[in-house]
Ligand binder design. Structure first.
Ligand code: CUA
Length: 166
């Protein structure tokens, strides 16, 4: 069979394209160390959060100079605590888990955005330099009240921060 030179070129080029597409998808799915949920936060028994050392009392804790840990429980259809108050010029690590179904935890306007899965702890660290107010929204459909599930994060000026009532 005589295959025209141009046709050979197109055949080879389209083969490269197909292999290229597959390689791109595989790399995107597994190659770059991408994880849907950061597993570094560990796991937790979602049926007994109230007895858990960390999640029994959701809230803000100062753990060092300008460093805070915020423990958040997501549940239908709210976040605890709400609002979350942290001081400006701080480094904040969020530990978020769910008491019931899969929720989302996005602090709008920051790069904090994670899925919240019962039994798993999502851990995210972010710096807040300036006083500001952020909305927190749920990006996973979690039931009838999903569209009303929201919270607030308030970054208050350092000298106004009490801390303990956060
Ligand atoms: Cu929680 Cu949607």
């Amino acid at each position: 069979m005589n295959v025209h030179t141009y046709e050979k070129i197109w055949l080879v080029a389209s083969l490269f394209l197909i292999v290229g597409f597959i390689a791109t998808v595989v790399y995107g799915a597994a190659g770059a160390g991408i994880a849907m949920v950061d597993a570094s936060g560990g796991t937790v028994d979602s049926t007994s959060l109230s007895e858990n050392e960390r999640f029994g009392e959701p809230g803000v804790e100062r753990v060092g100079d300008g460093e805070y840990e915020v423990t958040v429980v997501a549940r239908q259809f709210m976040y605890q605590p709400d609002p979350i108050r942290v001081p400006a010029d701080s480094r904040v690590t969020f530990y978020v888990t769910s008491a019931d179904v899969i929720h989302g935890f996005q602090v709008v306007g920051t790069n904090v955005n994670t899925m919240v899965i019962p039994g798993q702890v999502a851990k995210i660290t972010v710096d807040f330099d300036e006083p500001a107010e952020y909305g927190i929204i749920c990006n996973e459909y979690c039931g009838q009240g999903h569209h009303d599930m929201e919270g607030k994060l308030v970054v208050v000026p350092e000298d106004e921060y009490g801390g303990d009532d956060a």
